[in-house]
Design a protein around this ligand. Sequence first.
Ligand code: FES
Length: 355
Amino acid sequence: MTSVLRPLTRFGHWLATPLLPESYLELIDPLLGAGLRGRIERVIRESADAVSLEIRPNSRWQGARAGQYVRLGVDIDGVRHWRCYSVSSGNASRDDSFTVTVRAIEGGHVSTWLNHYARAGMVLMLDQAAGEFVLPAGELPKLLFITAGSGITPVMGMLRSLAATGREADVVHLHYSPDEASNLFADDRRGLALTHGWNSLTRLTRSRGDQHFSADQLQTLCPDWRDRLAYVCGPQSLMDSVSAHWQSAGLNEQLKQENFRPALKTVAAGAGGEVRFWHSERAAEAAGDKPLLEVAEQAGLLPKHGCRMGICQGCLVTLKEGQVRDLTTGEIFGEAGDMVRICVCAAAGNVTLDL
Ligand code: FES
């Protein structure tokens, strides 16, 4: 800030006291307030249980690469909930709007709410886009996308970005959907495949009884799969089978994965303990396989969080005493001062958290 502007800004703050100037601007337009926010410009119904939200972010937005995800902060009944959703619209620069696609999942408070109540004009809190599930820079190797259900969303973003930027790409896309009605972006995918000569294959597993992913099926549909950079995104069962297949072929390095659910291990029952919440002076008994985030919520606390699956780091809490079990790896760890992802860690004995 220049030396001329600094006194003016101080004067503005003095005039605005007790509120900050941004707080007054926020009353005029919520996008002008402090922090990264976006206004929903359009709600597009993609299927009976999925909507795309076109969001225009404010000037703090730094853009997104196709395949990345964005944390949205949604206020429901006076409580702010943070969730991660993949960008489905391709690359977005600082000045662009972008789209996320939200499928209402069973028991999904925020996804269901957005499907019912998201409207144009609504303002959401945002975080900058993040994630490494993106296309490589430079000349592209041959690509293979394997998706199922709403796992299509980040891949749809990549397909759209390939089309928009005109990058040459040899693409095979294998998508699983239960039926045609829930087959997201079906027309768009067909159109892009026709225009760009991509091989886009859809398997309708419930309505037509098509087979789920198997090694034999892959070999038949995409015989050169070993020569391709592969991306997989979908339910855990698909992620596990694809990952095991690539691992057994010694091709781990050629597989990129985006998880929509944490890969939680089953751990022995009875290995939990008492969880004490330091600031709120509350405590709860917790089983050894129960994420500390859920333990805190059931104790009446509202810890900050985002993806609830160990990716975004939005739930980090300082450990004051005890040890925790990482439910994604089974590892037990912890020393006072460690930062713990409470959405994917459980108590391994008595634990005290800085909450
Ligand atoms: S909420 Fe995202 S890592 Fe825990």
